[in-house]
Design a protein around this ligand. Structure first.
Ligand code: SAM
Length: 286
């Protein structure tokens, strides 16, 4: 698949994802929470139950922030930021300034709208772009983070080199991702690519070699496979709980194919065909 085809299928996947701006606002309305009225700010604590599209919720943000030493005034790039949940959380709870970048325009528009509603737009901004061609000068950031998104990007070498380029000397790359294992069958790779738009899933060894090549010294790695197995069973149940909204937005057959694809993905954690990893690396030189 070419880069362009890959981008098209990832964007389509996220345009028709069960979690969306519309779905989040619908949930808030259901709960009787006011938003969008002049003079009323939406409480980010309420929003954060709905706007985190990675595994492990806000605790996973805290672990990455602590690992990467994110603090007051840190300049952070959240690569593949989705609807901006982690970016808002890090700015509010760790005092940093965050730029979120995402490929999918509906994600970027949603991230901007939710951030305006919470009044965090003085510290959190969003850019539409491709992680393979970052629109930032070299050495622009103290920290680059990414959560459950690099799996969509086939050219891992270019991705890691772009992360290294935009980090300042001593800057940190902290990310979590879905990883292939030695047990991952070719048919599983093919099905996850077709149904979940995971392109050339990375492995622990693959990322470690690329980071070393890009001048990033690895400080730690944690295998998250067992932890994610439980979290993913809950996420599958959560998506099933959104059945009515998903059918209303995209139709019954979309819900059925999503459900089958996600159930297959989650099952790969029980069979050991997939795992997850948390990486931290530091840029050695300019
Ligand atoms: C699972 S979501 C994760 C969102 C966010 N990290 C979070 O935790 O809420 C993956 C995101 O990666 C974005 N993405 C995929 N490929 C990308 C690329 N090449 N460049 C930028 N963003 C990309 C998708 O549009 C999607 O919003």
């Amino acid at each position: 698949m070419s880069d362009v085809d890959t981008i098209d299928d990832v964007e389509l996947f996220y345009h028709s994802h069960p979690i969306s701006l519309r779905q989040i606002l619908g949930k808030l309305k259901q709960k009787g929470i006011a938003f969008g009225e002049p003079g009323t700010l939406l409480d980010p604590e309420t929003l954060q139950e709905h706007d985190q599209d990675h595994f492990g919720g806000i605790q996973a943000n805290d672990v990455l922030a602590d690992l990467a030493g994110i603090g007051r005034g840190s300049k952070v790039l959240d690569l593949c930021c989705g609807l901006g949940g982690p970016a808002r959380y890090l700015a509010r709870h760790h005092g940093c300034c965050v730029t979120g970048l995402d490929l999918t325009d509906s994600r970027v528009e949603g991230a901007r709208a939710l951030t305006r509603m919470t009044g965090l737009d003085d510290r959190v901004g969003f850019v539409r772009g491709n992680a393979l061609d970052l629109p930032f000068e070299a050495a622009s950031f103290d920290v680059v983070i990414g959560q459950e998104a690099f799996c969509h990007i086939g050219d891992k070498r270019r991705l890691i080199f772009e992360c290294a380029r935009v980090l300042r000397r001593g800057g940190r790359l902290a990310f979590t991702d879905i990883l292939a294992t030695e047990a991952t069958k070719p048919a599983t790779h093919a099905r996850l690519e077709r149904e979940m738009t995971f392109h050339a899933l990375g492995s622990r060894a693959g990322y470690e070699a690329l980071m070393a090549e890009a001048g990033l010294q690895q400080d730690c790695f944690e295998d998250l496979g067992r932890v994610w197995e439980a979290i993913l069973a809950d996420r599958l149940a959560m998506y099933r709980g959104l059945k009515a909204q998903t059918i209303e937005a995209f139709g019954e057959s979309h819900f059925r194919s999503w459900d089958a694809a996600y159930a297959f993905f989650v099952g790969c954690y029980s069979t050991g065909e997939l795992t997850g990893g948390r990486f931290l690396a530091r840029k050695l030189n300019d």
